[in-house]
Design a protein around this ligand. Structure first.
Ligand code: MSP
Length: 464
């Protein structure tokens, strides 16, 4: 990994629905990583955005009785507002209806065409609109139901263009073996590798004849470019010349697009490959898949309004080891809020500030300098819950120190020792504020402010 620069991406989310906690999960992860590397002095660039073309979006617009462009314009406003509420500090937000994106996508596909990477053929197959993808009958449940979207796939026949994906099979296997593009966690690498070694790749239907809401194919205006190709290219159009990315994040639902189709498109046009793609797990709610029909979709904004944005950002990455599936339960959230945030961190902070005030301790805030190798290693490996565990071990230790030293007795018996104890606790709190900052930027800011000004207010107020 090149520490001088750090370019990170999230998937661009479909503009047909407003962000839920699953979208927030990836986006907050990217934000944490970007903030962390910025602190370490890297030149960071954090890219996210919105996937605005395709049948699914057109249908959603129609359902809302809106022109598709107007519909996605409003969704973009909503996404940006939510990300700003969640303190997501992205550097660029790509929209696939942006002109610079559209122009580039057309040039890109024209280049593929000119290079002989594209040919025309008939296609008939079962299409899942939810996935925006043709499915094989064996991938579907009874009644041709898509297992992911629980909707029936449609038989579609069209005369369209294909990208010679099959040609890249050997090369893809090679880049996987040589780790020219790293795929993590290893279990996902294995999965892709096994797939590529066993299944012959089929060429990819790269245009659509019946989808109007898309980018026109430059040499055949009757057709539009397949929304997945359009969407993947956001990573280049949004990159402001910083290609290639250091790290691309996504969940397992879309990792095959990113591990197979994506590198093949880059190989076909001579672009460098991303350094790493990381596939995190899927989040369920109280053990169930989130879905509108179950009515269990969690809105990250609503939760944050009750508990604070930082509590949510903390919970997600303390509770679920990054890379594994995990569950969101309000019960667990409340427990962690009380125990880890209000008690461990909040009380410690307050106790120390009160003592500083009470015993008139002379201490001045200095920018923390210490290097915590183990925590750094955890952050570099994207083991956020390990990182947070280590930070919380420091918090626990500080709390124990106070209990053992009995400061109120020391005030009488050994004021010098008391002075040293509180000074060292204040130093630890400065370090802790710095360490939690990527996860909880607002809390870190409040902590520093209070350490500087002697103003005391609870970091995590008790909930009724
Ligand atoms: N538009 C495509 C991506 C194109 S990227 C070139 C898409 N959009 S999506 O809105 O469906 O977003 C999928 C992504 O959202 C997942 O890969 C993941 O990053 C995030 N998540 C959505 N639901 C999630 C969970 N329940 N759990 C964890 N992450 C989830 O696919």
């Amino acid at each position: 990994m090149d520490y001088g620069r750090f370019f990170i991406t999230t998937p661009i989310y479909y503009a047909n629905e407003i962000p839920h906690i699953g979208h927030a999960y990836t986006t907050i992860a990217a934000d944490i990583i970007s903030r962390y590397w910025k602190k370490r002095g890297a030149e960071t660039f954090f890219l996210t955005g919105l996937d605005e073309h395709g049948l699914k979006i057109a249908q959603a617009a129609q359902k809302n009785k809106k022109d598709p462009q107007k519909f996605v314009d409003e969704m973009a406003i909503k996404y940006k507002a939510d990300w700003s509420f969640l303190n997501i500090d992205y550097d660029n937000f790509v929209r696939t209806t942006d002109k610079y994106h559209v122009d580039f996508v057309q040039k890109f596909i024209q280049k593929l065409y000119d290079n002989g990477e594209i040919y025309k053929d008939k296609y008939s197959g079962l299409y899942c609109i939810g996935c925006e993808e043709y499915k094989l009958p064996e991938e579907l449940g009874r009644g041709l139901i898509c297992p992911l979207h629980k909707t029936k796939c449609q038989m579609v026949e069209e005369d369209i263009y294909f990208f010679r994906l099959s040609k890249y099979q050997k090369q893809l296997i090679e880049i996987m073996q040589s780790k020219k593009m790293i795929i993590e966690p290893e279990s996902r690498w294995n999965e892709v590798f096994r797939f590529l070694s066993k299944e012959p790749l089929k060429d990819l239907a790269i245009t659509r004849s019946k989808v109007e809401w898309g980018i026109p194919v430059p040499w055949d205006k009757e057709q539009t470019i397949y929304v997945w190709v359009d969407a993947l290219l956001n990573y280049i159009t949004g990159s402001r010349g910083l290609w290639p990315p250091t790290l691309q994040l996504m969940a397992k639902d879309i990792f095959r697009f990113h591990a197979i189709i994506w590198p093949a498109l880059l190989l076909a046009t001579g672009y460098e490959l991303p350094e790493k793609i990381f596939i995190h797990g899927f989040m369920t709610v109280n053990g169930q898949k989130m879905s509108k029909s179950l009515g269990n979709v969690i809105d990250p904004i609503e939760i944050s309004k009750v508990y604070g944005v930082d509590a949510l950002r903390y919970f997600l990455f303390r509770e679920i080891p990054f890379g594994q599936d995990g569950d969101f339960s309000l019960d667990r959230f409340e427990k962690r809020y009380r125990a880890d945030l209000a008690n461990d961190l909040g009380n410690l902070f307050q106790r120390v500030l009160v003592m500083k005030d009470k015993f008139k301790i002379k201490w001045e805030y200095k920018i923390p300098q210490k290097i915590f190798h183990e925590i750094n290693q955890a952050m570099e490996d994207l083991r956020f819950s390990d990182g947070l565990n280590l930070i919380w071990a420091m918090i626990t230790e500080a709390n124990q120190q106070i209990e053992m030293a009995r400061p109120w007795e020391l005030a009488e018996s050994n004021p010098k020792k008391l002075q040293n104890l509180i000074t060292s606790l204040l130093d630890s709190l400065s370090e802790i504020s710095n360490l939690v900052a990527p996860f909880m930027p607002e809390t870190a800011r409040k902590m520093i402010n209070q350490l500087k000004t002697d103003k005391i207010e609870p970091l995590f107020p008790r909930k009724k």
